[in-house]
Design a protein around this ligand. Structure first.
Ligand code: HEC
Ligand code: HEC
Ligand code: HEC
Ligand code: HEC
Ligand code: HEC
Ligand code: HEC
Ligand code: HEC
Ligand code: HEC
Ligand code: HEC
Ligand code: HEC
Length: 316
């Protein structure tokens, strides 16, 4: 361990020494002839300079998308991609001091995100528009996107398993809900968190891609529940699906919030005055005799519980 550290330090000292030498040589060159470095605006050192001392980082960086900034005319950081995020670094290349360089990793989340958003604002991504960072700036872009691809980490997680693992690393509670017997099949790798949530933040509650039943989200897969129906079931239309379902996972069949269907229904319908019979099953002689097993499994008769095109009582 100590030896490894020692040789690492030794290596970086060598790098730095040779870096300074080459830099000095570079200055002479710039003076002597019109080298490309002179095209850089004042205060900038250019990406090549960084590579002299930060060899490993620069090599790894070359395989990431931001490397393209070096040749990208539109973004205005030609030849100085490193400084797109780290700021003008001429001074740092001379002092080699951490004081003289901006490190987004040491900034508050909001300040770090501001750097990223200077280019990525409002960009459409696979998971929705980039509006702001996660959960009102407590979690910065760099918690999920490893710019330097260190430790073999990808800049963007691809595939359900990789995305779920990333989200689960912080959201252990949510992940635990998916381990319950009735769940959306995330643990099996068939779906991912970003099928329902936009990690880039939305103006909607809970960071969800939807917030009430009449918003898309669940409907992208459960289109048959979308409606509009001739006969709507009020809570399906006006409240969220999570009024009746535990959407991550549940110990109850159909991911319901209660163990039996009728308990879900009676939560609203035992007191709800209904048009014909008054409160359900409480005003004798009620059509629904709730003591009779025949009436206990409500959805045997009320099959179209999410809405019906033909029957106002949701029977068919
Ligand atoms: C002459 C060598 C040298 C050059 C050239 C150089 N650096 Fe550094 N850099 C260092 C050293 C040494 C450190 C470690 C400083 C410390 O930890 O006190 C460092 C640290 C950093 C850090 C981390 C600062 C922190 O807060 O921990 C960043 C970011 C950085 N350099 C970026 C750059 C960029 C971008 C360039 C090119 C524009 C560059 N460096 C060029 C020597 C150099
Ligand atoms: C897209 C923005 C971005 C670009 C471009 C970029 N960096 Fe960084 N750099 C970061 C962030 C963010 C960190 C903080 C660590 C992290 O989250 O990956 C960082 C950290 C560093 C560090 C400190 C490493 C450490 O272990 O603390 C060095 C040195 C560095 N960058 C050098 C460079 C060099 C050299 C280049 C160009 C080859 C470059 N960076 C390009 C965003 C960037
Ligand atoms: C100077 C402009 C600029 C800055 C600043 C910047 N980026 Fe980028 N970023 C780009 C460009 C250009 C690409 C290449 C893809 C493209 O053309 O959109 C890119 C690509 C990406 C990608 C997508 C890669 C892919 O596979 O599609 C991610 C993720 C990303 N950047 C994150 C960040 C983060 C995080 C930061 C802040 C630490 C940041 N960027 C700062 C310009 C920038
Ligand atoms: C909570 C984790 C998380 C945070 C925070 C986050 N992202 Fe992402 N981002 C992702 C995931 C996961 C994907 C990939 C989604 C996919 O491929 O379906 C992604 C995709 C992207 C892409 C597009 C890549 C593509 O090809 O679709 C860009 C660009 C991007 N993020 C930039 C940012 C920026 C800039 C920030 C900060 C404002 C940020 N992200 C914050 C998780 C995050
Ligand atoms: C670095 C840790 C971290 C990672 C990684 C992370 N989150 Fe978060 N997330 C948080 C924090 C902290 C909050 C705000 C506090 C809270 O509500 O738990 C939050 C909030 C949320 C919320 C909003 C909760 C609410 O009630 O408003 C959702 C939804 C969410 N995250 C989904 C995701 C998804 C999806 C991913 C993976 C793409 C992800 N998170 C990755 C830390 C993280
Ligand atoms: C099938 C769609 C769906 C999937 C997939 C999904 N969520 Fe959710 N999530 C929701 C809904 C809907 C809510 C709002 C629940 C409510 O308000 O009762 C929610 C709420 C949340 C919340 C805030 C409430 C809480 O429980 O703290 C977090 C955090 C969260 N989800 C994280 C995740 C993570 C992490 C993943 C992936 C492991 C994930 N979700 C996958 C639909 C989904
Ligand atoms: C990416 C597609 C997708 C999205 C988005 C989605 N689901 Fe699902 N859902 C499925 C699949 C596939 C199943 C079947 C799971 C299985 O049994 O293998 C399922 C099953 C269910 C079940 C249980 C059905 C049963 O027979 O046990 C309920 C309830 C449910 N989803 C509600 C929701 C709600 C509410 C939302 C929105 C918060 C939602 N789903 C979003 C794909 C999705
Ligand atoms: C008023 C309560 C309630 C609401 C609100 C509700 N559901 Fe259901 N849902 C149920 C009940 C009860 C069942 C079980 C039916 C059965 O066992 O016959 C069910 C079953 C399901 C099933 C599996 C069986 C099937 O019909 O495919 C899916 C998928 C589903 N619901 C999705 C949704 C979605 C998506 C939403 C939001 C648009 C939603 N539910 C809103 C009560 C509700
Ligand atoms: C969150 C509260 C809530 C839950 C849970 C709920 N309902 Fe409803 N239901 C309502 C409301 C509100 C109406 C509209 C009542 C009205 O217009 O008189 C309604 C209407 C109905 C109707 C049509 C009655 C009419 O006169 O149009 C039937 C049938 C029905 N519900 C059956 C059920 C069944 C079966 C369940 C359980 C699977 C259930 N409901 C769960 C709130 C709920
Ligand atoms: C055996 C079949 C059957 C079962 C089981 C059943 N219902 Fe009904 N329900 C009906 C029929 C038929 C109607 C229409 C009655 C009418 O038009 O007079 C109805 C009407 C209703 C209405 C609207 C009628 C009104 O009073 O305005 C509600 C609400 C309702 N049922 C809820 C429930 C609930 C909750 C359960 C489970 C506890 C349930 N039903 C079980 C057959 C059934």
């Amino acid at each position: 361990m100590a030896r490894a550290l020692h040789s690492r330090l030794g290596k970086s000292m060598r790098n730095i020494r040779s870096g300074i030498l080459v830099l000095l040589a570079g200055c002479v060159l710039v003076k002597g002839q019109d080298a490309p470095a002179s095209k850089l605006p004042a205060g900038y050192a250019g990406s090549e300079a960084c590579g002299l001392c930060h060899e490993d980082i620069s090599k790894a960086f070359a395989s990431t998308p931001h490397h393209g900034l070096d040749t990208n005319k539109k973004r205005g950081f030609e030849g100085r991609s490193c400084e797109a995020c780290h700021g003008p670094a001429q001074k740092h290349t001379e002092s080699a001091s951490a004081e003289d360089i901006r490190n987004p990793g040491k900034l508050a989340a909001a300040a770090a995100d501001k750097i990223c958003m200077s280019c990525h604002l409002n960009e459409p991504t696979h998971v929705g528009r980039l509006q702001s960072s996660h959960a009102k700036d407590q979690v910065s872009c760099t918690s999920c996107h490893k710019v330097h691809a260190e430790g073999g980490k990808q800049l963007v997680q691809r595939g359900a398993q990789a995305i779920n693992a990333q989200c689960a690393s912080c959201h252990t509670n949510a992940w635990a809900q998916f381990q319950k017997p009735f769940h959306h099949r995330l643990p099996e790798g068939a779906m991912s968190c970003v099928d329902c949530h936009n990690p880039h933040g939305t103006t909607r509650p809970g960071n969800t891609n939807f917030f009430a039943a009449n918003e898309p989200g669940c409907f992208s897969c459960h289109g048959d529940k979308r409606g509009p129906f001739m006969y709507e079931h009020a809570p399906v239309r006006f409240e969220a699906c999570s009024t009746c379902h535990e959407t991550h996972g549940s110990t109850n069949p159909r991911m319901l919030v209660r163990q039996e269907v009728r308990l879900v229904c009676l939560e609203c319908h035992s007191n709800l005055p209904t048009v014909k019979t008054g409160a359900l099953g409480t005003v004798p002689p009620a059509f629904h005799d709730l003591r009779s097993p025949r009436f206990q499994n409500c959805t045997v008769c009320h099959q179209k519980i999410h809405g019906s095109h033909v029957d106002r009582n949701l029977l068919k």
